[in-house]
Write a protein that binds this ligand. Structure first.
Ligand code: NA7
Length: 542
């Protein structure tokens, strides 16, 4: 089994973003011999790769960080209500330095192949550069959104200008004074357009399905606000993790259907949420049924459409920006997106009216024969999300069966979004069918559960009479039950009826599937506690 470059460890963490950094810290604190690897040239994960202009977290800054370092929470500065990419990256670098984690992080190193060795009860993980790690525990923190989705458009390679995917944005790109086309208008496209419109000579936004975006409420943080957050931090995290579904810092409405109030009251409630800012807040704090009832959804949609009509002065542009689908994708928010279309240098092309025929050496030609001449094309076309990161790499469990093969007949299945039967001692941070919510608290929930179950297994080893490595593995039954549960809980959601990455419906040829647990973070955490309390119910521990 051993080559000259073989390294034995207790655990390997793959990925050094929000998830991997914390897992490394936890395992190290438990006394395990652990390393983390990452393909990137630095730590940061999503916030390393997505350096496109305008990249921002749309979770408010006070909840877009770790909760486990109480002193750091009190003292680490943030000056706006939402943090931009550079600040998140700096924060993660800061955490890595503060806890002296860098010495155990190996950068520019990619997992190429991982195989379970049943005889030795270890994972053999091959990496780029020829090193093999033999580890008792493998934790994958690959990110939900990292495998880029490039559209298959005729002539794409013939373009002679600059071409970038937002998810692999190189440093040092200047768009100043250039003619720029942006394909895609999800969270990313909306942020790019809002940020660059003022700097470029011409901006053409190519939109297949216009989306609904509400104001983010971005503004400076005043010292009084920060003082209040600091004073209440413990309670803030408790509420987010154990009392809310989305962990976005508010309580989701549970008892007010949109049609239960009169039109005037409804309007007022929407206006209030609009003024406060935040996409999740607008969708989930106002009423309890916007994401589940078509009539309620229609009311929210009409409210936003009226705002678009009022903001966008040119009626033709307004028409092209008007959403036609349900308001049932990841809710967006922005700091002045629709306003950009009032600039004379900003155009919108409706791909429903005039689809792209081809990309030419000079730009993009649409079906009306117009060749939009461009210096730069930006692909804000999203990701092969959630399971895409797993099926692209060779992870082979028992009997050499790969994850891809395991998921082939059914779509991605897991127990609790973190463990798969046939893949012992491997844990996923944010694997398929994890909770749909603000990411850092979801990550902490996973990391803490994984660390606890590994600790339990290690304790078992100390008291065991055999020398064999402990084994933790989801049972086939628990995986099937969890998959059913995720299916059941999402059945009512209008998100399921609307094509987007959240149900695997954004990549041509990809199977639509349930990818998240929609029951909310609080409920999810209750379930995890129950599993732990009942002797790791649903796992076989050997
Ligand atoms: P999204 O939300 O998946 O958005 C991708 C956008 O790209 C969306 O507007 C798509 O249009 C568009 N797209 C994709 N393929 C094509 C082709 N072939 N032609 C034209 N337009 C296309 O990705 P984001 O990066 O914005 O956001 C991902 C998540 O990151 C986000 O939800 C946050 O959680 C953070 P469509 O709507 O499918 O018609």
């Amino acid at each position: 089994h051993r080559g000259p470059q073989t390294v034995d460890l207790d655990a390997l963490v793959v990925g050094a973003g929000f998830g991997g950094i914390y897992q490394l810290k936890k395992f190290r604190d438990m006394g395990l011999n652990v390393k983390a690897i990452d393909t990137a040239g630095d730590v940061g994960g999503t916030w390393y790769w997505n350096q496109y202009p305008g990249a921002m977290s749309d979770t408010e800054a006070y909840l877009y960080r770790y909760s486990w370092d109480a002193d750091d929470l009190q003292s680490y500065p943030w000056d706006k209500h939402y943090v931009y990419q550079a600040e998140v990256l700096k924060y993660l670098q800061h955490v890595v330095e503060r806890h002296d984690l860098r010495r155990d992080i190996i950068l520019e190193t990619t997992l190429t192949d991982a195989a379970w060795d049943d005889e030795a009860s270890v994972w053999a993980v091959k990496t780029s550069g020829g090193r093999t790690f033999r580890v008792r525990y493998l934790v994958t923190a690959l990110g939900l959104l990292s495998k880029q989705n490039f559209p298959n458009i005729r002539g794409i390679d013939s373009f002679q200008g600059e071409k970038y995917h937002t998810g692999a944005w190189p440093t040092g790109v200047s768009l100043q004074g250039k003619r720029v086309g942006v394909i895609g208008n999800g969270s990313t496209g909306v942020q790019v357009v809002t940020e660059i419109a003022k700097d470029v000579a011409k901006l053409v936004s190519f939109q297949r399905n216009p989306q609904y975006s509400v104001p983010s409420g971005q503004r400076a943080v005043d010292p009084e606000y920060r003082r209040r957050v600091n004073e209440n931090y413990q309670e803030i995290w408790r509420q987010a993790k154990d009392e809310s579904k989305t962990a976005f810092g508010f309580k989701e409405n549970e008892d007010r259907p949109a049609m239960s109030v009169d039109a005037e009251t409804r309007q007022e409630l929407f206006e209030t949420a609009w003024a406060k800012g935040g996409g999740f807040r607008f969708m989930f704090e106002t009423f309890n049924d916007i994401s589940t009832d078509e009539a309620a959804n229609g009311q929210a949609a009409e409210f936003i459409k009226a705002k678009i009509r009022a903001k966008v002065k040119d009626p033709v542009k307004a028409r092209k920006l008007m959403p036609t689908q349900l308001y049932a994708r990841r809710p967006l928010c922005d700091a002045g997106y629709y306003e950009q279309f009032n600039r004379s240098n900003v155009e919108v092309v409706s791909l429903h009216e005039t689809p792209i025929d081809e990309i030419t050496p000079k730009g993009i030609r649409t079906s009306d024969g117009v060749e939009h001449e461009l210096d730069v094309i930006i692909f804000a076309t999203g990701f092969d999300a959630v399971d895409g990161n797993y099926t692209r790499i060779a992870i082979k469990g028992r009997d050499g069966v790969s994850l891809k093969e395991h998921w082939e007949p059914t779509g991605p299945t897991t127990f609790l979004g973190l463990s798969v039967t046939g893949f012992p001692n491997m844990f996923m941070i944010l694997g398929p069918n994890g909770p749909f919510c603000n990411i850092p608290p979801a990550i902490e929930t996973h990391v803490e559960f994984i660390s606890d179950i590994v600790e339990a297994a290690e304790k078992g080893k100390q008291t065991s009479s055999t020398a064999r490595n402990p084994i933790v593995e989801a049972t086939a039954k628990s995986e099937a039950l969890w998959t059913d549960e995720c299916d059941r809980v999402s059945r009512e959601s209008l998100f399921r009826k609307t094509d987007s990455w959240i149900f695997g419906a954004n990549v041509p040829g990809k199977r639509h599937a349930v990818m998240f647990y929609f029951g909310g973070l609080a409920e999810y955490r209750t379930k995890l506690r129950k599993v732990a309390k009942n002797g790791w119910d649903g796992f076989s521990m050997g």
